[in-house]
Design a protein around this ligand. Structure first.
Ligand SMILES: [Cu+2]
Length: 112
């Protein structure tokens, strides 16, 4: 019986949806064609977001209101942000202001 409980726990963890064990999840945002994909990331405090630049030009992921800034992301570079506060933050690329994305960060204990 103990084995079955462990297996179920592992499945919940891999789905990133266990209220009892809010393991951090890594969300990947791909930058390609001067677009952030996905444009909206819904995450939780403690999660990480990784931006990967697959374009042939540099970009940034820069949150509004002095929240976060990847700095220059060269082609093939990536940058990781650990989410420490809840809230919704819109971000842009400072070089291409039409590039927009949004982070929605809920509390760590609110993982459904
Ligand atoms: Cu850009």
């Amino acid at each position: 019986m103990a084995v079955r409980i462990i297996v179920v726990s592992a499945l919940l963890l891999s789905a990133g949806s266990c209220r009892a064990m809010p393991e951090p999840v890594v969300h990947t945002v791909t930058i390609e064609g001067s677009t952030f994909t996905p444009a909206v990331v819904t995450a939780h405090v403690g999660d990480r977001v990784v931006w990967v630049n697959k374009d042939f030009m540099p970009h940034t992921a820069t949150g509004r209101g002095d929240t976060f800034d990847s700095g220059l992301l060269a082609p093939d570079a990536s940058w990781t942000l650990t989410l420490e506060t809840r809230g919704t933050v819109d971000y842009v690329c400072t070089y291409h202001p039409t590039m927009r994305g949004t982070l929605r960060v809920d509390g760590a204990t609110e993982r459904p």
